[in-house]
Design a protein around this ligand. Structure first.
Ligand code: HEC
Length: 121
């Protein structure tokens, strides 16, 4: 009886920790990135892997081109809302759920890029 109670308690705790993951808390617990992040060092490759398929060409989604540093910079600097790339990456609504998601470590790179002042090189 006692054993099955302990087992239930353990299962209960496990299920809590899996469903109550706060994405912001996960990010804040990652080890800090010590080096500077630039577009060329990290962001260009992530952009090519996760964004460019929809945000390029003659009819980009949302009319938004993200094919080079300047375009990505503009979309990262405008308002702290849904039109802002860093905002959409942080709240995990870009890339859309139909596409492969960024890992927490990759999201952290975009946030550090913003923190460092959107360096190009
Ligand atoms: C599978 C296609 C797809 C991928 C991949 C994708 N997007 Fe989008 N994006 C869309 C669509 C569709 C919209 C319009 C609907 C919306 O705002 O949710 C959009 C809208 C946006 C907007 C808002 C633009 C505006 O002016 O309202 C931003 C910013 C954005 N995307 C950034 C990104 C970034 C950054 C990435 C990569 C990390 C990315 N997207 C990857 C399809 C995509």
């Amino acid at each position: 009886m006692k054993q099955s109670f302990i087992l239930l308690a353990i299962l209960f705790c496990l299920s809590c920790s899996e469903t109550n993951i706060d994405p912001e808390a996960v990010l804040s617990k990652l080890p800090k990135i010590e080096r500077e992040i630039s577009f060329e060092s990290d962001i260009r490759a992530l952009n090519e892997q996760y964004c460019i398929s929809c945000h390029s060409g003659t009819t980009p989604d949302a009319g938004l081109l993200l094919t080079n540093y300047n375009e990505f910079l503009i979309s990262s600097r405008r308002g702290s809302d849904n039109r802002n790339s860093i905002f959409r990456i942080r709240n995990r609504t870009m890339p859309p759920s139909s596409s492969p998601a960024l890992s927490n470590e990759e999201i952290q790179l975009f946030l550090k890029w913003e923190e460092d002042g959107f360096l190009e090189n």
